[in-house]
Design a binder for this molecule. Sequence first.
Ligand SMILES: [Zn+2]
Length: 327
Amino acid sequence: MMRRDGRRPPAVFALLLMAAVAGCYRPDERAGPRIAPQLVAVENGRLPAVAGMKLHVFNTGMNRVSSLLVGSPAPWRPAPAFVIERPGRELVVFDCGVGTEIARESEGALNPLTRLLFKTRSLPGKDLPAQMREAGLPPERVSHVILSHQHFDHVGSAEGFASASFIAGPQARESSRSRINGFEPAHTDWISDAAWFEVDFSKGEPYATFDRTIDLFGDRSVVLIKGGGHTPDGLGALLALANGPVLLAADLAVHFDWLRGDDVQRIVSDGDRAAEVRNRIREFMRLVPAAVVMPGHDLSQVPAGRDDIVRHHPELFLPQAWPIDSE
Ligand SMILES: [Zn+2]
């Protein structure tokens, strides 16, 4: 099969298609390495907190990944987006959620091959820029948009942040151009090279339980964490919120069910790396039990009682708020 541009579909999709044809799910159990029980480069074992720093949590839609890729059950899961407020600074977005085309066409907006494996839903007015405006957080005030990776449910409304700089993972642009275009709606092609920055984790330092990190603003407020299991360009972020640390795990840890077991499922590009990063997150949770972890597709444990974490429309965190099938 050839794409419109004459190239063959990427091997990963061919493999997924074969898996779909084979019709049965086999777990991919990986124990991964043991992680040293220590918080590296953290003074007195206490992670920093920046006075006045806040996190805004939004949901932009719901996705359901085929049980061919994740086994059963394969529930509908949220597609969140986050806005970070640093005192005296412009806003920072971490992931954009799904785009407006999903509200209009659901998975019909995706390539027919992708559509076999993903269902996705949204509603008009529930994209991130629209919800931000409603919340009094103008998208024009966003100076940086961090993209955890280039999948459609994380970059979906990037167009809404025309004046921002974009921070992406290693070789993210190359991977989105060569691998995903044609299979997902393109949302980042318009961004100029001058506004596009890719993190070089080879210059990264160990921090807490993580092997490679980059201190984005030099003040420990937003520390980027190298992923590389789900997609090669993956990254997460450790935030020094006023009342305690929050780990935005993105698809380094897709949801809490995924963190509980050893099955890395059929949603990883590097299963061994995915297992290692998962173990690093587990060790972090064990050593810093007060930290709040927000996986890429799980808003079930976003605390309600913190004034540095704002839950916008928490009713939208639940599947029943969205136009989903009951099957
Ligand atoms: Zn995702």
